[in-house]
Design a protein around this ligand. Structure first.
Ligand code: PEP
Ligand code: MG
Length: 582
């Protein structure tokens, strides 16, 4: 048994067989073959080895011609390994004696050797391990060929294990079949993590190297509460987790009873608890969990899997679906496109390769350079506003000028609609995300020009601490409780109050129970969270008084480091609701 610690990003516990995906998304099945098919499997291995050797020879020739013989020699080493009779013999032994399918036998042998080399912890051997993985990939490619299995069409429930998953890869996972996933890479506020929350799939990311230690079909446990991946669990651990899984369900059921109750503190302060959504269908999740509306609709997900940009009708259709589900009175904050950096790239993304995409032409910057794209979406948002309480919000605003430009374009689109006689809400509320430190610092100015703020801590933390939200190696720096971030939130809430505008917090921070008291104490009265977090956050809101929350915020402000703040908040939350702190 091996226990790996990572970052929990979507709660829940799953126990099941692993489906290991390598970087090329091969599925490596643990499949036994019937005794009468053993010879067929041996033949397949021979053919795959021959094809891999041919490929390596072609590569050797091509690279030698291009770069010189010394570079071609890299493939010479591959050829030696592939043609080594002991390799074929080892694989054959697994098929003959264990009854394994060819793919599984290849994967097992190659990974065992690669792991042995990796464990020597010397640059030379590590590089040889990489060669073995390369050869494994080549053999699998030849073995699986057209039989490469589609992750979208699984027939058996699994736990997906991978080095990393992109948001679009995550989006196609079927929660009925994928009971959890765990990745080596990734951070707390990555869009992959957000997607896991949206799909309600328990997930742990940033676990560090483990993929090579697992084979498809091995039993694993993913603990999305504590951020654990348990490989090959023993009997005692399995029993313990069976119990945890059922007590989590009981806890969830109990929380479900809060659905109809208001999000109000013990001393009567009302908090507006809203949902963050990525897909129109999630509006139902919001309703099921008792959300007061949608606080953040991330519309870039409309681009998912599309080869061309969504049309005005596509946008409108999606927005009207949300409105139909939520009804006329619940607010729906539609955020304009926030493409770029770790989000999806599409034909709309006219960005050449950028050295630093997180600081590049993304989000509102991209829209302001691509007015057709921007106006198409604005028209749809305005048209939808005739059917419900729609609000528009701009992402990644970093200067006042940018906000003014966006508002000017909105005014132009309104004029166009007027001329065409198309209905919309002329008083459509306009808001801006505060997720860049410059915007937080200038919140006082920005507040004069918008109807509401929404604090995006996912990016605010990233840009304040210069720590990539998707990078597990800087995850210890990436902390919403950092005193620098808290000061910025204080500035934004203060500016909003002074100018009498609403302020929401829609980053992942608002869905983490340990921050609820702090945020209420800092003056927030709106929180927008992943729908499945709503009951838990509501439970905390209903368990505290504003006096307690204000005290907690005051104490937290006095602390000097993020770690101190987190420890303090964890203690305070444990006092109120021990179940959520674990
Ligand atoms: C944020 O940055 O906090 C936010 C809510 O936006 P996104 O996660 O979509 O970047
Ligand atoms: Mg953001």
């Amino acid at each position: 048994m091996e226990i790996k610690q990572g970052t929990p990003v979507s709660p829940g516990v799953a126990i099941g067989p692993a489906l290991v995906l390598d970087t090329e998304w091969f599925r490596i099945p643990q499949r036994y073959v019937e005794p009468d098919r053993v010879h067929e499997e041996l033949e397949r291995v021979n053919q795959a080895l021959a094809a891999a050797a041919r490929e390596a020879k072609e590569n050797q020739q091509a690279v030698s011609d291009k770069l010189g013989k010394q570079y071609g020699a890299i493939f010479g080493a591959h050829i030696q390994l592939i043609e080594d009779p002991s390799l074929a013999a080892e694989i054959e032994k697994q098929i003959l004696e264990e009854g394994f399918a060819a793919e599984y036998a290849v994967s097992r042998i190659m990974r065992a050797h690669a792991k042995a080399l990796e464990s020597i912890q010397h640059g030379y051997f590590a590089a040889r391990a990489a060669d073995l993985f390369d050869i494994e990939k080549c053999l699998l490619r030849n073995l699986l060929g057209h039989r490469r299995e589609q992750i979208q069409h699984l027939k058996q429930a699994v736990v997906v294990l991978a080095h990393d998953l992109t948001p679009s890869e995550t989006a196609v996972l079927d929660p009925k079949m994928v009971h959890a996933f765990a990745t080596e890479a990734g951070g707390r506020a990555s869009h992959t993590a957000i997607m896991a929350g949206a799909l309600e799939i328990p997930a742990v990311v940033g676990l560090g190297k483990f993929v090579t230690d697992v084979s498809g079909g091995d039993m694993v446990i993913v603990d999305g509460h504590r951020g654990l991946l348990i490989l090959d669990p023993d009997k005692e651990m399995l029993e313990r987790y069976e119990k945890t899984r059922s007590s989590f369900r009981i806890f969830e059921d109990r929380l479900g009873e809060l659905r109809e109750l208001p999000a109000v503190t013990r001393d009567g302060t009302n908090i507006q608890l809203l949902g963050n959504i990525e897909f129109p269908a999630e509006a139902t999740h919001c309703l099921d969990r008792g959300a007061a509306g949608v606080g953040l609709y991330r519309t870039e997900f409309l681009y998912l899997g599309k080869t061309s940009d969504p049309t005005e009708a596509d946008h409108l259709d999606a927005y009207l679906t949300v409105l139909r589900t939520l009804g006329k009175c619940k607010p729906v904050v539609i955020r304009t496109l926030d493409l770029g950096a770790d989000k999806f790239s599409t034909s709309a993304e006219v960005v050449e390769h950028e050295r630093n995409p997180f600081l590049g032409l993304r989000s509102i910057r991209l829209c302001l350079r691509n007015l057709t794209l921007f106006k198409t979406q604005m028209r749809a948002i305005l048209r939808a506003s005739a059917f419900g309480d729609v609000r528009i919000m701009f992402p990644m605003v970093s200067t006042l000028l940018e906000l003014r430009q966006a508002k000017m374009i909105l005014a132009e689109v309104k004029e166009d609609l007027d001329e065409e006689g198309i209905a919309y809400n002329p008083k459509l509320p306009v808001g801006t995300m505060i997720e860049v430190p410059s915007a937080a610092i200038m919140a006082d100015q920005l507040a004069r020009e918008v109807n509401f703020f929404s604090i995006g801590t996912n990016d605010l933390v990233q840009y304040t601490l210069a720590a990539d939200r998707t990078n597990e190696t800087v995850a210890s720096l990436y902390n919403p409780a950092d005193p620098a971030v808290l000061r910025l939130i204080d500035m934004v809430v203060g500016a909003a109050r002074k100018h009498g505008i609403e302020v929401n917090l829609c980053g992942e921070m608002s869905g983490e129970p340990i921050y609820t008291m702090l945020l209420l104490g800092m003056g927030l009265r709106q929180l927008s969270v992943t729908p499945h977090n709503i009951p838990e956050i509501k439970k905390i809101i209903r368990s505290v008084s504003m006096e307690e929350a204000t005290h907690v915020a005051e104490e937290a402000r006095r602390l000097e480091t993020a770690r101190d703040v987190n420890n303090y908040l964890r203690e305070q939350t444990r006092r109120i609701l021990p179940e959520v702190v674990g």
